[in-house]
Ligand binder design. Structure first.
Ligand code: SF4
Length: 484
């Protein structure tokens, strides 16, 4: 995918409080309370129904370690993917001293450590606590906040979503109610470019050109818009409202999309009522896509390579091969940065503050160290789950098979599908960590056997065994035309 220039934002549009001024077509002025009266207390059902889930989620955290086949696994939540350079040393230290020497980047911009010893919990918690990465023991698993990784670092006028993330994180940790959220509940704070807004979050804050912010829940493209200073509070309120509905429905839902249909529809109205009760002025927007891009570009990750920043420095966008970094690679990134690292939900890292004259040489060093630094890399767009030997459910060693497929293409100088659809290799049908949108699904069905299909295509999968044919079939699938 070639890098593209963002559409400039109209700076003449009225700022912040214009959020409550009517828009000709998209906005429908109404009283939030009136909206609730017309979409009644049906929002909160009294009679419990058959629960969708009987138990809480088992998502790992920094304190709740998951027992995997390769040892314990810890997941460190990093709101907006942000780590100061001092903080960045803590997970590296932990991976080196307590784990397998690697850091996995997740599809929510978090970091996972694997191969941990069963008895390392207290030491790991101490390391993270000292680094300020464990601000709340009761809320550590619910701090799932992604934010547009390039906000403020490229030349696109941008909302300060990193500040929103910090404020929302503080509000979440201070809310006793929010501790009941599932470890899978996700907030997305999008600066208007439509990147993280496409990640299927439960609550999305989407900045608009006029400076206002739309609060979307679940798959809704509509929602109340608020002033940016109210946005973090509105996001927390939306999450707490979801909890109320989930509990009242008796569904045990972890995510907004799991609410029974009528409760899901009622959530929007209940959020508007809650905002009004909290004194937050709103106006309802009936269709709120990202405004600066077409739908075909929603969800695009930062392209690997240099990005010119407004302060005259260069930010470097790099991706990790199959989402995994060695401690040495992680430390090299931290040593290169001049400012907090930003881990992206596309298994990359943004390294800010590089001098323009040095950027080319630094990128060469990162490439030599095994990082993906340009979109022509054969590794770009290739993802894989843990597979064997780390996951007991895996039917194959998907990471080795994915590596062999890329290596085959490179060795034979044939197309590896670079520039085409993303591909995700899965060790079983759960497809952990798969991308969103259209992507090539390579899923193990047995030792050395894979089904290949294009998600969203509707075709039957083709079955291929490992070897050159598999590499060629995956590369061909990645070149499936975008419109078919
Ligand atoms: S997709 Fe299956 S094999 Fe891969 S990590 Fe998830 S459960 Fe394990």
């Amino acid at each position: 995918m070639p890098p593209t220039s963002p559409t400039p934002v109209n700076r003449d549009e009225a700022p912040l409080r214009a959020a409550v001024r009517p828009e000709p077509r998209a906005a429908v002025r109404e009283s939030p309370r009136a909206a609730v009266r017309s979409e009644p207390r049906a929002a909160v059902r009294e009679s419990p129904r058959v629960p969708l889930r009987e138990r809480g989620d088992a998502c790992p955290g920094a304190l709740r370690l998951h027992a995997a086949d390769d040892g314990r696994l810890a997941r460190l939540r990093l709101p907006a993917g942000l780590l100061t350079l001092r903080q960045a040393e803590a997970p590296a230290d932990a991976a080196e001293r307590l784990g397998d020497g690697h850091l996995d980047l997740t599809s929510r911009g978090n970091v996972q450590l694997r191969g941990l010893d069963e008895s390392c919990g207290a030491e790991l918690a101490g390391l993270l606590h000292d680094a300020g990465l464990l601000p709340s023991e009761t809320h550590e698993r619910v701090r799932n906040i992604v934010a547009s990784p390039l906000a403020g670092l490229d030349e696109r006028p941008s909302a300060d979503v990193q500040s929103w993330a910090a404020e929302l994180d503080g509000l979440l940790c201070a809310s006793a109610r929010a501790a009941a959220l599932s470890g899978r509940f996700l907030f997305a704070l999008d600066d208007g470019r439509g990147d993280v807004a496409a990640l299927g979050a439960d609550v999305t804050l989407l900045a608009r050109r006029d400076g206002s912010v739309v609060v979307r829940t679940g798959a809704n493209r509509s929602g109340p818009r608020v002033a940016p200073e109210d946005a973090p509070r509105a996001a927390l309120l939306a999450a707490e409202t979801f909890l109320t509905l989930a509990e009242a429905s008796g569904s045990g839902a972890w995510r907004v999309r799991e609410l029974p249909a009528e409760d899901g529809r009622g959530l929007d109205a209940a959020v508007r009522a809650g905002l009004a009760d909290a004194g937050i002025a709103t106006e309802y927007v009936t269709e709120a896509p990202a405004q600066d891009i077409g739908p075909e570009r929603e969800g695009e990750p930062p392209i690997p390579g240099p990005v010119r920043s407004p302060d005259g420095t260069v930010a470097l966008s790099v991706h990790a091969r199959l989402g995994r970094l060695s401690v040495a690679q992680w430390r090299l990134l931290a040593a290169t940065a001049n400012g907090p690292l930003r881990v992206t939900p596309w298994r990359g890292v943004i390294v800010p503050g590089v001098a323009p004259a040095a950027a080319g040489g630094v990128l060469d060093r990162l490439r030599t160290a095994g990082l993906i630094t340009d979109p022509g890399s054969p590794w770009y767009g290739v993802g894989a789950c843990t597979g064997r030997p780390g996951c007991a459910k895996a039917l194959a060693d998907v990471r080795s098979d994915a590596t062999a497929a890329v290596s085959h293409a490179v060795a034979h100088a044939v197309s590896h599908g670079s520039g085409g659809l993303p591909v995700h290799w899965s060790g079983c049908a759960r497809r952990c960590g798969h991308p969103r949108g259209r992507w090539v699904d390579v899923v193990a069905t047995g030792e050395g056997r894979y089904d290949i299909s294009v998600q969203g295509q509707g075709d039957l999968p083709s079955t291929t065994t490992t070897g050159p044919e598999l590499a060629d079939a995956v590369a061909a699938a990645r070149m499936t035309p975008m419109t078919r």
